[in-house]
Write a new protein. Structure first.
Length: 398
């Protein structure tokens, strides 16, 4: 996806919101129809049947007929693609979409004349029943784009994203392998010793967010004051998300350009960020602490970083079993939980090797990946050099 900031006029914003509402309406109807299905009943209506039902609904309801049939049919198409992903086991089951939270629609069969550049910084895209809408021309629109999606985030910003598969970043050809250990205090530690941190909210912004959250708790539901506070919170959250996405894009591009093989831990992030609340019969323990850890994991962008690496360096990302990567000494190979002195310090109880704990884990990830790569080529797995001496009191970083 190549995304741009959309700049619609107030009249165009109202028309775009109507498109979003129509797309959400047909999506929710499809969710409701499939929710009635039970084993033993007839099959739920497919895409062709729902399109026929949509034609009947448009003939009966003028407000639906006033919208774009392209937007509404594509909403049904998106739902059936989501159901196909659910049955394939790659995605969760499609659920209800809510106004203010899920605002967007997709347009397919985009022609070359539907996108044009009007100045050095401004472009225009043609939207059905809306007309030409301006967007910021920050980079050329891919010629291979055949569809685009228009969305509105909670901060009220509009974006247009053109669907196109970018060219992968070529490998440098140096044969270098890097291990990446993802964490909460350190978002990504490299086997080279680099410690990378996500750019989140500054201290002043965090304090303002805390004040706004307290003000939101006191505001009356449905009031204008509550709406203003929610909009201010959404703007801060959007700023945090933008900074995280910028960090992910820059970090993934840098890694893809510098290294031939990028090794990461094969983590079940969805399972790791599951709530600890439990059930009424079996309530969970340390729920607030687990919730804070979940927020830290999600704020570090663990999953998005690996996804973008796989996009930019296809075939060069290796996922490693995470067991014992943080307890194994990268110098002598001794495994002991006592060697992990703290979150930041690893001091081997066998050889005295001392290094940053996250860098030690990244080195173990790199060594495992290098061994897999040699074995895949038919050679013997890599072993540790026999003459390697443990490095005592290595300077800690981070």
């Amino acid at each position: 996806m190549t995304r741009y900031r959309l700049q619609p006029s107030p009249v165009q914003q109202q028309a775009l919101l109507e498109h979003c509402g129509h797309a959400r309406f047909v999506w929710n109807l499809a969710v409701e129809q499939h929710a009635w299905w039970r084993p033993g009943r007839g099959s739920a209506p497919g895409f062709a049947e729902q399109c026929r039902q949509l034609t009947q609904a448009r003939a009966e309801f003028a407000w639906l007929r006033a919208g774009s049939v392209t937007v509404q049919q594509q909403g049904l198409k998106d739902f059936h693609q989501a159901m196909a992903g659910f049955f394939a086991g790659t995605h969760s089951r499609p659920t209800w979409r809510k106004a203010g939270r899920h605002e967007g629609f997709r347009i397919v069969a985009v022609k070359p004349g539907d996108v044009r550049r009007v100045s050095r910084r401004v472009g225009q895209v043609k939207v059905p029943k809306v007309g030409w809408v301006r967007f910021g021309w920050s980079r050329p629109v891919p010629d291979t784009a055949k569809s685009y999606r228009i969305t509105r985030d909670r901060a009220g910003r509009w974006h247009v994203a053109f669907a196109a598969i970018p060219d992968p970043i070529p490998a440098p050809g140096t044969g270098e392998v890097v291990g990446v250990d993802r964490g909460v205090a350190v978002a990504a530690a490299l086997s080279t010793g680099d410690l990378l941190h996500v750019s989140g909210l500054r201290e002043g912004e965090k304090a303002r967010l805390a004040r706004l959250l307290r003000r939101l708790a006191r505001a009356k539901r449905g009031s204008r004051r509550r709406a203003r506070v929610k909009a201010a919170i959404a703007r801060l959250r959007a700023r945090e998300t933008d900074r995280r996405n910028d960090w992910i894009e820059k970090t993934s591009t840098d890694l893809a350009r510098r290294f031939d093989v990028i090794a990461v831990e094969d983590l079940n992030i969805k399972g790791m960020t599951r709530s600890a609340r439990g059930t009424v019969e079996a309530p969970g323990r340390r729920v607030r602490q687990k919730a804070g850890l979940n927020r830290g994991i999600l704020a570090a962008g663990w999953g998005a970083l690996v996804i973008r690496l796989e996009h930019k360096a296809p075939g060069r990302v290796i996922k490693i079993d995470p067991r014992n990567t943080s307890r194994t000494c990268s110098a002598c190979g001794h495994v002991a939980g006592e060697s992990r002195k703290s979150q930041a310090v690893f001091s081997c109880v066998a050889c005295g090797f001392r290094v940053n704990a996250d860098v030690n884990a990244a080195c173990n990830i790199r060594d495992t990946a290098a061994g897999h790569a040699v074995a895949a080529r038919g050679g013997p797995p890599l072993g540790r050099p026999a003459n390697r001496e443990p490095q005592h009191d290595l300077a800690l970083t981070g």
